[in-house]
Design a protein. Structure first.
Length: 90
């Protein structure tokens, strides 16, 4: 009654061995998540130092600008990670 399909291996997502599409996709997702996390941290860094600059903390403008530069670099790397990812097939 419940005959297995030819494409059903029963192993879930498949092997995560070197060179397999699953491993490449997992690596790409990991890089995207890492750059996203760095972007969020750089944005929070810049926001905190910008608030410090508004309240009058010493040297906070320099730290806010450095955070904005880091944010720009992290967003550029995140965009590159998305563009270089393999195409998604449904």
């Amino acid at each position: 009654m419940n005959a297995p399909h030819a494409h059903d291996t029963g192993r879930g997502a498949g092997p995560i061995e070197r060179g397999t599409p699953h491993r490449l996709a997992a690596r790409q997702r990991m890089w995207l998540q890492a750059w996203t996390a760095l972007s969020v941290l750089a944005a929070l860094w810049s926001l905190a130092w910008a608030i410090g600059w508004i309240t009058g903390a010493a040297d906070s403008l320099a730290f806010a600008v450095a955070g904005l530069l880091l944010l720009g670099a992290a967003l550029w790397a995140r965009r590159s990670a998305i563009r270089n990812s393999p195409p998604r097939h449904l």
